[in-house]
Design a protein around this ligand. Sequence first.
Ligand SMILES: [Zn+2]
Length: 97
Amino acid sequence: MQKANSFGKGKSVYKCTCCNRMTRQVGTGDCENVEMCFDCYELSGIENGYNDGNLEILEHAADVLRHYGSIVSKGGDAQSFDWIRNEAIDAVSAKTN
Ligand SMILES: [Zn+2]
């Protein structure tokens, strides 16, 4: 059994190309291939879907804010996701107004 907080042997550590956080391979595949952390990968997916008109930002607003908050709270640079975060906030406030 490995300790939950230790970097696993044989799994490489890399810097997320997006938020510059050090992250490690967790075996989920895709986000490692593009050298992104999980949060950036998820946000990028939402970003792409939104850009392509394939998703409603409102339906993903909670995810956007959660992933964005996760990046910031771990000391990452979430600046490139500011705009999608703002879109999410706008969508939520437009709904509640
Ligand atoms: Zn990242």
